[in-house]
Design a protein around this ligand. Structure first.
Ligand code: 6PG
Length: 473
């Protein structure tokens, strides 16, 4: 191991796990003037990391054993874990507990399932423990992520000055906020990722309409996203989608998108969100559709067999049947509906887990640094502050926007359906909208069926609960 850059017990914080995110976060911490100790399971990675840290190396203590790592940090210690979610986190906590003092703190900054964070917060007993969701990919981790904290407030307060300093800023305000006890931070991060999935899927669906339905070339698609990025849809995901569409493969000269296999990966956070939504009886159909779309994208052979069996759908939309302006409006409506669902789920979880999750502050913490950052989140924060307890769909600003755009969403979904273009997230957004604007729906039929076959009872519109029908044979 190379000679240590700094002497023992000088670091204000420690970080374990020098993968892409951990390394970027450690540099960010050093860059913000905090001395940091780092440790990685493989010592070579630690050495290489410190060697490449340039001027920042003077603030970084690379250590080759966990014991030295712990000794390098000033007590009471704060140690960030940036290791893959799952058993590795439990193993790392167990190893650390042998070495830590009673008031030292462990901060799990990975993409943990919040149920695991709840369990860990209990299992560590009195040892301070925080679970923080960190969003923004490698660049965010290096230059300012969005941070969603969970655990006891007093633990958060101990490290808030560091987390706020390294976070992204929105007009000077740090995008680092304490969300609530135990796994609240990781829960909010999971919903962030669910929204991320739906936002990405809806963008991919509009890309498909432009490519297959409107016959547009990738350069034109890239320009369209770049144009949309100057309007209501202005967001990181629209910006990068434009860049992705416009990029050429250096090897073949073809658009990059033409050389990428159409099967999406997923590490599981979107799936956790959907599973949790079912537990909470929260309706997040756009997020659900996005996770299902990723699952189906992996079924390449079956899709190819389906095309052979049934023939490719017509795809091409009739000339002038859809404008880019209408497509943009449809995406605006879809996006509002998807966020309305995400915030609805947060409200349900807040009640269920007794977390008192701060909805406006969540919208604020997502305004910069994270993957779903967008201009619209600023208005969402104001709407959630003014309209506590009401769906975002009903907040005046967003209700007005939906009134102006839901017709476009309907037109796009109808055109897509008529021409065999799969738009599962957009169409589920539309079905959600129509359901949520229908005062009298069709569940009376479900209740009739349930009572018929199982005597489950129903409520009458003119009064009386646990009623039964006069069903014949
Ligand atoms: C973020 C992202 C990040 C996520 C990756 C990959 O907020 O920075 O959400 O946490 O893990 O984007 O996620 P998938 O592999 O599930 O697409």
């Amino acid at each position: 191991m190379r000679e240590r850059t700094k002497s023992m017990s000088t670091a204000e914080i420690g970080l374990i796990g020098l993968g892409t995110m951990g390394a970027a976060l450690a540099l960010n911490i050093a860059d913000n003037g905090f001395d940091i100790a780092v440790w990685n399971r493989t010592t070579e990675k630690t050495t290489a990391f410190v060697d490449k840290a340039g001027d920042l190396a003077s603030r970084i203590t690379g250590t080759d054993t966990l014991e030295d790592f712990v000794k390098s940090i000033k007590a009471p210690r704060a140690i960030i874990l940036m290791v893959p979610a799952g058993k590795i986190v439990d193993d790392q906590i167990a190893a650390l507990r042998q070495l830590l003092d009673a008031d030292d703190m462990i901060i799990d900054a990975g993409n943990a399932n919040f149920h695991d964070t709840n369990r860990r917060a209990r299992d560590v007993g009195d040892l301070p423990f925080l679970g923080i969701g960190v969003s923004g990919g490698e660049e965010g981790a290096r230059f300012g992520p969005s941070i969603m904290g969970g655990g006891k407030r007093e633990y958060w307060d101990r490290v808030a000055h560091i987390l706020e300093a390294i976070s992204a800023k929105h007009k000077g305000q740090p995008c680092a906020t304490w969300m609530g006890e135990e796994g609240a931070g990781h829960f909010v991060k999971a919903v962030h990722n669910g929204i991320e999935y739906a936002d990405m899927q809806m963008i991919a669906e509009t890309y498909g309409i432009m490519r297959d339905g409107m016959g547009m070339h990738h350069d034109a698609i890239g320009t369209t996203f770049a144009d949309w990025d100057k309007g209501v849809l202005r967001s990181y995901l629209i910006e990068i989608s434009g860049k992705v569409a416009a990029t050429k493969d250096p090897e073949s000269g073809k658009p990059m998108l033409d050389v990428i296999v159409d099967a999406a990966g997923q590490k599981g956070t979107g799936r956790w969100t959907v599973i949790e939504a079912q537990h909470l009886a929260a309706a997040i159909p756009a997020i659900d559709a996005a996770v299902v779309a990723r699952n189906l994208s992996a079924q390449r052979q079956t899709r190819a067999a389906g095309q052979e069996m049934f023939g490719a759908a017509p795809h091409h939309l009739p000339h002038d049947s859809l404008s880019l302006d209408t497509l943009e409006k449809a995406l605006i409506a879809g996006k509002i509906l998807c966020y309305a669902q995400g915030f609805e789920m947060i409200t349900k979880a807040s009640d269920h887990y007794g977390w008192t999750l701060p909805l406006p502050a969540i919208a604020e913490v997502w305004r910069e640094g994270c993957i779903i950052r967008s201009d619209m989140l600023d208005d969402m924060a104001s709407a959630l502050r003014d309209e506590t307890g009401r769906s975002l769909m009903l907040a005046p600003k967003f209700a007005k926007m939906l009134k102006e755009t839901h017709g476009a969403l309907r037109h796009v979904v109808a055109q897509a359906a008529m021409h065999g273009l799969a738009v599962p997230a957009l169409s589920s957004g539309l079905a959600y909208f129509d359901t949520m604007r229908t005062a009298r729906g069709t569940a009376n039929m479900i209740q009739g069926q349930r009572d018929f076959f199982g005597a489950h009872g129903f409520e009458r519109v003119d009064g009386g609960t646990d009623q039964h029908g006069p069903w014949g044979d």
